[in-house]
Design a protein around this ligand. Structure first.
Ligand code: 2P0
Length: 353
């Protein structure tokens, strides 16, 4: 019979992304279809990224996955949906030297092994599902010889975790909510690549490494079910902000970019507070950071730094350049001296390339 003595591998790396116009709320839970468009910045892959190696061999008896060296279950619906979508699009592969020949339909019986690492401590409480699913989908697509473009792959990554669809591209990315029931037009689109506006600096200030109490998935479900503000946000506020944000990015208009970023973070957290029971992702330290940055911007007369908070207390601060980033960091270190206690440990992640 045929040799089972071969193994084929592929490796990829994908960074996480930070939303400046937030995704919060689904209209379809299974397909992960959002109730509004969102826009994000993809970070430099040297920081906060996932690296995934995937392998296939006839000797593998089932699909398996390891996350940071520990085996995790692939039985969840999201993993299964991604694997099914990729297997449906897999192509044939031949390597005559190694005696490997894989037909399209072979992918339905061949099993894969997936090993993924994050280059940041998972315990830091920083989102990892965006980088993780983007990387998983991209590396498997390479392994399985899937001949689809990134926008098609983004519809698969989206079914792993909504925000993951935005991490397939660098630079500034929009996730368009789409209209189709099938989700075929709920895709990521690159607004500008990583060379555009590359003097922006992103600082992640780790406020707490504790695991968040309400997961994004259940949090946004509860918001959709109970918040009335979320409807106004999705239908009226976000559509107008998306247009303004696209323009600010195109024109590298930092003042507008910062104003919209802060306002959208605050409205997302207002929706959380408007949820019943209320969801409190930010803590006292987060609120102090908002006050410090708001005072800083008022002192300058125009926004010169932006803050944004996701489903947890950690602050993400965007500065227009290294100089402003260093000045702001110095101010933060004055209010949160590292010697005293670990209430806040900030580190610069460099420019967003
Ligand atoms: C975002 N967040 O746009 C928003 C802002 C958190 C706050 O996307 O259920 O992990 O897997 O689609 O993508 C976090 O939610 O949720 C998120 P699922 P996801 O980045």
């Amino acid at each position: 019979g045929e040799s089972k003595n071969w193994i084929l591998m592929a490796t990829a790396r994908a960074p996480t992304n930070i939303a400046v116009i937030k995704y919060w709320g689904k209209r379809d839970e299974a397909l992960i279809l959002p109730i509004n468009d969102s826009i994000s910045v993809t970070l430099d892959p040297d920081h906060l990224s996932a690296t995934t190696t995937v392998a296939v061999s006839p000797s593998f008896e089932k699909d398996r996955m390891w996350l940071n060296g520990k085996e995790v279950s692939l039985s969840g619906g999201r993993y299964q949906n991604c694997l099914r979508e990729l297997r449906n699009r897999a192509g044939e592969y031949t390597d005559e030297n190694k005696g490997i020949h894989i037909e399209k339909y072979d992918w339905n019986t061949l099993h894969v092994h997936i090993a993924s690492y994050n280059n940041f401590p998972t315990a830091a409480g920083l989102a990892s599902s965006a980088a993780g699913f983007a990387c998983l989908v991209f590396s498997l697509a390479k392994l399985m010889n899937v001949k689809e473009d990134l926008s098609q792959l983004s519809t698969i990554a989206r079914q792993g975790s909504g925000s993951a669809c935005r991490s397939l591209y660098g630079g500034f990315v929009k996730w368009t909510m789409g209209n189709e029931m099938s989700g075929s037009d709920s895709i990521a689109v690159q607004l500008a690549n990583e060379t555009h506006w590359d003097d922006l600096v992103i600082i992640v200030a780790v406020v707490s490494s504790r695991q968040k109490e309400t997961s994004s998935t259940s949090g946004m479900r509860e918001s959709v079910e109970t918040s009335s503000l979320i409807q106004h946000r999705a239908k009226v506020v976000v559509p107008s902000r998306i247009l303004q944000m696209e323009q600010a990015i195109r024109n590298k208009d930092f003042s507008s970019f910062a104003r919209l970023t802060c306002a959208d973070s605050n409205q997302f957290h207002a929706v959380c507070l408007d949820t019943s029971p209320p969801i409190l992702y930010m803590n006292d330290t987060s609120h102090r950071i908002i006050s410090i940055v708001e005072r800083w911007n008022r002192h300058e007369g125009t926004p010169t730094v932006a803050y944004t908070f996701d489903a947890g207390p950690n602050a993400v601060i965007v500065a227009p350049n290294q100089k402003v980033a260093m000045d702001l960091l110095q101010r933060l270190l004055f209010y949160f001296p590292p010697a005293r206690d670990n209430e806040l440990s900030s580190y610069v992640l460099g420019d967003k390339k």
